[in-house]
Design a protein around this ligand. Sequence first.
Ligand code: PPY
Length: 287
Amino acid sequence: MTTKVGYLGPKGTFTKIAVDALFSGEEKQSYMTIPECIDAVKHGHVTYGVLPLENALEGTVNVTLDYLIQYKMLKIVSEVVVPIRQHLMVHPDHRDDWKDITTIYSHPHAIAQCHRFLHNGMKHVPTETFTSTGAAAQYVSEHPESKFGAIANTLAATEYGLDIVKENIHDFSNNHTRFVVLHKNDIQWSSPRLESKGYKTTLMISLPTDHAGALHQVLSAFAWRKINLSKIESRPMKTGLGNYYFLVDVEQKMDDILIPNTIAEIEALGCSAEVLGSYPYFICENV
Ligand SMILES: O=C(O)C(=O)Cc1ccccc1
């Protein structure tokens, strides 16, 4: 099978920017939703799946994380952080009367990232969500008769022939999104285009409900080994109120001693720990 890379599409999404930053010659396949892309990796229709996992302003992309947890057979094999710049764009026919737009379309995270701009500058204009910023831009391009606007990136403006009428409308300049590359197996992957900035290992940990201080003990298993954590987050197990997983990002590569011993200590406490991936991470500076 030729190597195919699946991603949250259509063309012109931030996810496509992440794909272009990491991969080179492989065939690309866009999917309209995150679950569709994850299914495609699971069923072997594509070799890799690239999806947004965490945004600096909005936090975790829950759909990606929840599917990753459910389909534990998929591994994170890489991560790339991409700067996110949001722009307001319209069909060229509405370039001069863009202030009269009646609806603004985008991905929910993009709308949230531009909250102040929308609240202050476009107070009475309703927003509607799409599965991606690219899909919103495509929709606006297909409806020249309507005064619609999309919040999306410059790639989307080019791909769909839209005019950017207000640049950089995101509320905070430090707007980055972390994208992960998923694969069926725990392979060693490195980008032909970017140099890795280091390694991470992501663990999924569950605690018994009746064990007071379990989280404290789990964290101390990392602490006394001087293992640095870059993220800890809880997500519902979906088995009942109050049952949570903890997702922990460790700032180092899976090794033969430190991390396996930490896992053994966590298991000895009556908790469980699974490795969701041990992978290089990349930073995309220019988009
Ligand atoms: O909608 C997109 O373009 C995506 O790739 C998801 C997303 C949305 C908003 C910020 C970063 C990623």
